[in-house]
Write a protein that binds this ligand. Structure first.
Ligand code: ZN
Length: 435
């Protein structure tokens, strides 16, 4: 993905945590790369100008956790619509989860994903392979084949690896290919038939709860296994206060553990399930937890215990969502709302602008060793221009994603991506968009 066009992104506040830049600059893009970031630079007549005054110009966002649903569930999302949703949200790269149909446990599905992503020509798409064959939790997948064909990490996301012995072997085996092992942490026995977070709210609503401890025990187990093996452990969608404390302590001891948190676990809690009146757009896995857990996640993000923000973009059709709460599928779409939802944390003084941008770009690049995440001279020109003050009504009918399952539907959100460049190509322009 490259382009010969010269683009000047002018007058915006450039926030590039990787280089420590925060100030009004012009970003010059030439031949697909960042040519210059400077206070004053003359624009040649044939260059395209993007007016970024009043906006932030940041490295393109990188999502370590998205479900693009192809192959197998194309009625929910395809690589093309998922990549379109990504760039509309400022994401220039997305890692796509392997719980498709068939699952991505080998080169065939990885190849298909990369072919479709190239045809879409929007965001960069990085496949993530399975930990276990068929995602059955019994036998390890061929990590060498997954790495060689283009996978950047392994996970059985959607399910935990319940066998401690298999998890140990995964952490050992993945090191040979320098693959991070991303884990969906819930003890299925403790979860039982729970459909939301266990607490006063679940009791009031008469819904079966799953305790935060179901996440804690798995995180504690995997930290012990990471210590035993020296493996590269990544905690997906961390959501419980106990898990955040465990990761903080493990990092202090020097373990190679990283973690991501979703926009919804930073901003919504179990009381929102009640407020919504059993709306299944508030049902996800891990579930929305208590206010205390939300606070712990925010503190974890602020102090660096949690490296980055990942959307867990999980499109579902009407058939999976517009049914009773306990029967509905887990998950929400998130690529097009992530920036607005998280920008609220900056307005509330919980994190700085630079930390927000870092958590969406440089940090995820580091966690999965991906290119991008910086506006350094010579870097591929993956750039997001976002307006932190732009108010817009969240109307899922206008999403680029194929699915509509958003808990923010109908709400006025503040903050929106206006332009996205991938490899120096303008792949999204809100002003030109039909929206
Ligand atoms: Zn998961």
């Amino acid at each position: 993905m490259s382009s010969g066009q010269t683009i000047f992104v002018e007058g915006g506040r450039v926030i590039d945590p990787a280089s420590g830049t925060d100030g009004v600059r012009t970003v010059v893009v030439r031949e697909g790369r960042i040519a210059e970031v400077a206070e004053r630079v003359e624009r040649p007549r044939d260059a395209l100008s993007i007016d970024a005054r009043g906006r932030w110009v940041t490295p393109g966002f990188i999502d370590l956790h998205a479900h693009l649903r192809e192959p197998g569930h194309e009625y929910k999302e395809t690589i093309q619509t998922g990549a379109a949703a990504a760039v509309a949200g400022g994401f220039t790269a997305v890692c796509t989860m392997p719980n498709t149909s068939p699952v991505n446990d080998g080169a065939a599905v990885t190849d298909l994903i990369l072919t479709r992503a190239a045809a879409a020509g929007l965001a960069r798409v990085y496949p993530v392979g399975c930990i276990s064959k068929g995602q059955k939790g019994e036998e390890l997948a061929n990590f060498g084949e997954l790495r060689a064909s283009g996978c950047v990490a392994v996970t059985d996301d959607g399910r935990p690896v319940m066998s401690s012995a298999l998890m140990r072997r995964a952490l050992e085996y993945a090191q040979a290919f320098d693959l991070p092992v991303s884990v969906h942490e819930e003890d299925l026995v403790l979860v039982g038939k729970g459909v939301m977070h266990e607490g006063l709210v679940s009791t009031r609503l008469g819904l079966k709860g799953a305790p935060g401890a179901a996440e804690d025990v798995m995180v504690l187990r995997d930290l012990a296994l990471a210590e035993l093996t020296g493996g590269r452990l990544h905690i997906a969608h961390i959501s419980s206060g106990g898990a955040v404390r465990a990761v903080r302590e493990a990092r202090r001891r020097g373990l190679k553990v990283t973690a991501e948190v979703t926009p919804h676990h930073l901003t919504l809690c179990d009381e929102d399930v009640e407020r919504s009146g059993y709306d299944s757009c508030f049902k996800m896995c891990p579930p929305l937890r208590s206010r205390g857990d939300v606070q712990a996640c925010r503190e974890g993000l602020a102090d660096g215990t949690i490296d980055c923000i990942a959307t867990d973009h999980a499109p579902h059709g009407v058939i999976e969502k517009e049914i009773e709460f306990d029967l509905a599928a887990n998950g929400i779409v998130g690529l097009e709302t992530a920036f607005a939802v998280c920008a609220a944390l900056v307005r509330d003084g919980l994190i700085s602008e630079a930390r927000l941008v870092d958590a969406l770009s440089a940090a995820p690049a580091r966690v999965f060793s991906l290119p991008g995440g910086s506006l350094a001279r010579g870097a591929p020109a993956d750039v997001a221009v976002v307006d932190p003050g732009l108010e817009w009504r969240c109307d899922p009918e206008r999403f680029r994603s194929k699915s509509r399952n958003s808990p923010w539907k109908g709400e006025v959100l503040i903050g929106r991506c206006t332009h996205t460049l991938v490899g120096g190509r303008l792949v999204y322009d809100l002003g030109k968009g039909e929206r």
